[in-house]
Design a protein around this ligand. Structure first.
Ligand SMILES: Cc1cc2nc3c(=O)[nH]c(=O)nc-3n(C[C@H](O)[C@H](O)[C@H](O)COP(=O)(O)O)c2cc1C
Ligand code: SF4
Length: 655
């Protein structure tokens, strides 16, 4: 029995297959596959790293049953092709050698398929009304209603996939019947208003899913896992309730499903992949509600599960049988191993920011990453536990103890270099210390503490409170200097700008910040919006002036919508496509896009109009003196955590 989390690490039987623990890696579309849906070294390394990391069950990412139709992103795996078998068989064998089991997820993205990834074909859905609007979002829906003949055709395609999945040697199959996907569209009374045998009653709406399960049962060896990524309920009026979800779960069990991973169906964008402001383990009650409906099927739950103790307790208390983790497995593939061996405090916890994973895979050629784990997506070249030894150990001096400097020092030390890290303040963390202050951003402070602790674990002792000059670097004469000195606020060159306070200073001292004042923020990027959130909580009224046509345009859609909701609820005045022309003590002047100048009266002006790299021009002199010198992170080009950790890895892997 595991001494730390005995329930989490107890085996469980699904069908005839024993899982070594209760931890599943939930399916995630990585975009690591080739354009024709075959495995790549990157995809293989990604799955192997999570199997090594201790997960009991790996669920591979969505594969469209009628590839490429029903794709949601550019590079999804294809199981329609029987020639894919040998490569998968090899991967499966290796996953098994780490004691994990692996099942393949298949599905169809229905009305959320992208025509550009579908040979340009119009997406199909369970039911599309004549106005073409999506019943949940209200947005124009280009999909058309799928015919009964096409449903039967798709069932043939499910059979092809199931046959190939079986011949690869997978331990089972999973159907994606959640998150707006086609099978979810069929289940939902909101998006299925068909009048034939596939619509109307619960039984009719479940028919397509039940037929899929039946096909899988016929094609897989007896006792294999038949799993559902299940829309246990829909968090939107008129959608499936937990009671109906329970009844459907029972029907699926009777048809042959032996694992039901409780997720959500259609609902507000972001509910299926919770951001910072939604609580951890939010969906555990859904699993608990579905459980009594089934007899033998194993019940799992997914959604913002990061804390092993929460997972342990929910299994111990009978709320769920298993837990499934998605983003946390990107952020720390060794989540399970660390918990199992009593090192849960070493887990690098996911920020729930969606910026490295979700936001990165949709753009052309994008694939998933993690903002605080630069190895994610690069595991075919290096892994956290095996970043490779440098050809020759060197004396490496890292200047700056922000995220880029800390990440660089950690990798350099692991690669065998002799590392010194100097930080001019008395604390490590740089901008992480401030970025973690706005509401819901505590996870950033936890991540900062993780980096600090990891530095200690690898044996880098930082020199704090040390301002190092060019002369000092020349005197120390390291082999390599890594300048991770960060950035400074960039202010618009307008008259009176000296009256504006600096946004970072405001965050640094929000405790003493005024309440119930009129505040104007120059800059509506992420930082400007987060400062606004912080000050709204203190009862201030905010106006934001932004040059661009939208607020926080660099953030993903869910975060932008959330920003907007908070600002709207506080009656924030937002001036888009406006340029500040003058600041004075109690007012600010701006020019709108028509060229009209207007004045906003205020008590305080705050400048959050971006950052610029600190001066590192002395790098040339260091190089001339024979010191191999690089800039990292914001010191090269202002960016975010993702660009900071990535630049650290790119540079340090080369020295
Ligand atoms: C980048 C990304 C891709 C995803 N792709 C899939 C997918 O292919 N199939 C699926 O069922 N869920 C997918 N999901 C949803 C996750 O499996 C999971 O249900 C969700 O992220 C909530 O779990 P988490 O909080 O542990 O991330 C994806 C999530 C992310 C972040
Ligand atoms: S990018 Fe953000 S949300 Fe995604 S895995 Fe990394 S920390 Fe988590």
């Amino acid at each position: 029995m595991n001494p730390y989390y005995p329930h989490l690490f107890s085996p469980i039987r699904v069908g005839n297959i024993w899982l070594k623990n209760r931890i599943g890696m939930s399916a995630m579309d990585t975009c690591y596959f080739s354009m024709n849906g075959t495995l790549t070294p990157k995809a293989v390394a990604h799955y192997l790293e999570r199997a090594k990391g201790g997960a009991g069950l790996i669920v591979t990412e969505i594969s469209p049953i009628d590839w490429p139709h029903g794709k949601q992103s550019r590079r999804e795996p294809c199981f329609n092709n029987p020639n894919v078998t040998p490569e998968w068989a090899e991967l499966i064998q290796q996953v098994h050698s780490f004691g994990a089991k692996i099942i393949a997820q298949i599905g169809h993205a229905g009305f959320i398929s992208f025509p550009e990834f579908n040979d340009g074909e119009q997406p199909v859905t369970a039911w599309a009304d004549e106005s073409g609007s999506n019943a949940v979002s209200g947005e124009a829906n280009p999909a058309r209603t799928i015919t009964v003949e096409e449903i039967h055709y798709l069932l043939d395609k499910v059979r092809d996939c199931a046959r190939n999945i079986e011949s690869c040697g997978f331990d089972g199959i999973e159907f994606h019947a959640a998150h707006d996907y086609l099978l979810n569209e069929f289940l939902s009374p909101l998006t299925n208003r068909r009048t034939d045998e596939y619509g109307g009653s619960t039984e009719n709406r479940a028919r397509f899913l039940l037929e899929c399960i039946q096909v899988a049962k016929e094609e897989l060896a007896p006792g294999k896992i038949i799993s559902l990524k299940f829309a246990s309920c829909e968090e939107v009026e008129g959608g499936m309730t937990l009671e109906e979800g329970g009844r459907i779960a029972k029907m699926c069990e009777e048809a042959g499903a032996n694992l039901i991973d409780c997720s959500v169906g259609q609902g507000p964008d972001g509910n299926a992949t919770e951001a910072e402001w939604l609580p951890d383990g939010r969906r555990i009650p859904y699993a608990t509600a579905i459980k009594p409906y089934v007899d033998k099927a194993v019940i799992g739950v997914v959604g913002k599960l990061r804390d092993p103790q929460m997972c342990e307790d929910s299994i111990a208390e009978g709320k769920t049988d298993m837990v499934f983790l998605a983003r946390q497995m990107l952020c720390d593939p060794y989540w399970a191993k660390k918990a199992e061996t009593g090192h849960a405090d070493e887990i690098r916890k996911c920020l729930s920011c969606r910026e490295g994973c979700f936001a990165q895979f949709r753009p052309k050629s994008g694939s998933i990453r993690c903002v605080i784990n630069p190895y994610t997506g690069f595991e075919d070249k290096a892994t956290e536990h095996n970043p490779g030894k440098a050809y020759e150990p060197k004396n490496v001096l890292v200047v700056g103890g922000g995220i880029a400097g800390m990440q660089a020092a950690i990798i350099a030390k692991k690669r065998g270099h002799n590392v010194s890290l100097v930080e001019k303040t008395d604390k490590l963390g740089g901008q992480m210390q401030l970025a973690g202050l706005p509401p819901y951003k505590q996870a950033i402070l936890d991540a900062k503490d993780w980096f600090i602790a990891e530095l200690a674990r690898v044996g880098v002792v930082p020199e704090l409170g040390v301002t190092i000059t060019k002369e000092e670097i020349l005197k120390r004469k390291p082999d390599v200097a890594l300048l991770a000195v960060g950035s400074v606020p960039s202010r618009p060159p307008v008259p009176g700008i000296e009256f504006a306070e600096d946004g970072w200073d405001v965050l640094r001292d929000t405790v003493h910040y005024p309440e119930n004042k009129e505040i104007v923020i120059i800059g509506g990027g992420t930082v400007g919006c987060e400062i606004a959130h912080t000050l709204i909580e203190k009862g201030n009224h905010i106006s934001i002036i932004e040059m661009l046509p939208g607020l926080s345009l660099k953030q993903n859609m869910v975060h932008r919508q959330h920003n907007q909701q908070i600002l709207d609820a506080a009656n924030t005045d937002i001036y888009l496509e406006n340029t500040v022309t003058e600041v004075s003590k109690n007012e600010i002047k701006c020019r709108d896009k028509e060229g009209n100048i207007h004045t906003i009266a205020c008590d305080i002006v705050i400048c959050a109009s971006g950052q610029k790299p600190k001066d590192t021009s002395f790098a040339t002199e260091l190089r001339a003196a024979g010191i191999d010198t690089y800039t990292l992170g914001d010191a090269t080009d202002t960016g975010d955590f993702r660009t900071a950790t990535r630049s650290a890895m790119d540079v340090v892997m080369g020295i």
